[in-house]
Design a protein around this ligand. Structure first.
Ligand code: GLC
Length: 442
């Protein structure tokens, strides 16, 4: 009976001209790349594009510019003479990050590589004339850093992109929309990215939500696009910042400014369900993604380190953003934060890289991670654990597993503990002066 129904459905689908959806089965290479991704834990997001020239964040065109052609003129003055891909990659690597996600083309439609699909790109439209993506890809390869590519589904500049709820103020009209043409354009660009720049760790899509409120559901034709990506580079992970549960053909699940499942950002409308795919949380270092001159509200080094610890405690990666300046340099404050991250990861890296979320769920005092028979307790708020009259803090953990030893991660000093059948009680000092006091339970 079921079979007959399936045959009938397929027949109807082909009658309607709809290509029957085959279930996505990731290749071995893709599965391996997912595992490697899961282990990396820290990546750096780089939002750099024409918008950086205005120093008003990457939404400037939509937020303030009435004429997109006036905006585009600034390309003729884009000359980031301090751009040095090798220096970027080294600072990022020293922070302990394992991958970079670079904005190849953001919503303003400007391409940061030598694309043949549009003249609105860094090589043809600027006096700089260098393919910065090529230089970045080369530097990443030499330094052993994975390169992920952000790609916007939205385009506020092109006439053929069928405008959604954004890009409405800069002089575009719906009358010129031509989805078929735009879809072909995107796929031709993606083909360039996946065939001319070496191994691409991931294509990171953004903008799906532009048509979220359409009365007639908008068909982005994602399955075909995803299939093309996987055909060109089977190990390339597809991620989409649509704020929802993963869709067929996606390899990672993305959370914008949100820890998986917490839904505190207001974006994660449908993303309550945390999938079994590798997880990634993206976050800004200050307030905006693209360079914004008035945005000095940087998170402290300790805040960023805690973010990394908390995402690791959820089994997720942290993709921490930096917005390079118009001259091509990373802002000094960002460099300073990267340095602090590096000081922390060089000591504590073992407790996050290659780990899974620990058996102890996130608590007010901190989180846990685990690997190779070790459970790492990351105590980031010791004062959340009550103090006894001897000035000690007593931590009761529901843990059924056998525990051989409890030691301080730094220095390896033994820590007193008692184990009952389903609980372990650990006696901690009253005070510690580190951002993350880590204990190792063997
Ligand atoms: C949002 C914004 C975009 C930014 C992205 C990063 O989708 O539209 O500007 O690139 O978040 O997560």
């Amino acid at each position: 009976m079921k079979k007959t129904l399936l045959v009938a459905a397929l027949a109807l689908a082909s009658f309607l001209g709809v290509k029957a959806q085959t279930e996505y089965v990731p290749t071995e290479a893709n599965l391996k790349s997912r595992e490697e991704f899961r282990d990396m834990k820290l990546g750096i997001f780089l939002h750099w594009g024409l918008y950086s020239m205005f120093a008003q964040g990457e939404w400037y065109l939509q937020n303030a510019v009435p004429d997109r052609y006036e905006y585009a003129k600034v390309a003729d003055a884009f000359y980031p003479h301090r751009f040095d891909a090798r220096q970027w990659v080294r600072s990022i690597k020293e922070a302990g990050a394992k991958y970079i996600c670079f904005t190849t083309r953001h919503h303003d439609g400007f391409s940061m590589w030598a694309t043949k699909q549009s003249k609105f790109n860094i090589v043809e439209a600027t006096p700089f004339g260098r393919d910065v993506l090529k230089e970045l890809a080369q530097a990443c390869k030499e330094e052993g850093i994975r390169l992920h590519l952000y790609y916007s589904h939205i385009d506020w500049m092109r006439d053929d992109y069928p405008m959604g709820r954004t890009g409405t103020n800069c002089g575009k009209t719906l009358a010129t929309a031509d989805w078929d043409n735009y879809y072909k354009f995107m796929n031709a660009q993606l083909t360039e990215l996946l065939t001319e720049y070496g191994e691409v760790g991931s294509i990171w899509f953004d903008g799906w939500w532009d048509h979220e409120e359409d009365t007639v559901p908008f068909d982005w034709q994602l399955p075909g696009q995803y299939e093309m990506i996987h055909r060109l580079q089977p190990a390339c992970l597809v991620g989409n910042n649509h704020h929802g549960a993963p869709q067929e053909g996606e390899d990672i699940q993305i959370f914008e400014r949100d820890l998986p499942g917490e839904m505190t950002s207001g974006f994660a409308k449908h993303a309550a369900k945390v999938s079994r795919l590798p997880l990634e949380t993206c976050q800004t270092m200050n307030g905006m993604w693209g360079y914004k001159v008035i945005d000095t509200n940087y998170k402290t080094a300790d805040d960023i380190i805690r973010l990394l610890i908390n995402t690791s405690g959820k089994g997720a990666n942290l993709l921490m953003n930096v917005g390079p300046q118009p001259n091509g340099e990373l802002p000094a404050v960002a460099l300073d934060r990267l340095k602090s991250l590096g000081e922390w990861t060089s000591v504590y890296g073992e407790t996050i890289y290659g780990t899974d979320a620990g058996d102890i769920k996130p608590q007010k005092w901190g989180v846990s991670t685990q690997k190779d028979g070790k459970l790492y307790l990351h105590i980031t708020a010791l004062n959340e654990i009550e103090m006894n009259e001897n000035g000690e803090r007593i931590l009761h953990l529901p843990l059924e597993r056998k525990v051989k030893s409890v030691t301080e991660f730094v220095g390896g000093a033994k820590v007193n503990f008692k184990k009952t059948k389903e609980c372990i009680t650990i006696t901690l000092p009253g005070k510690v002066d580190v951002v993350d006091y880590v204990l190792v339970l063997q």
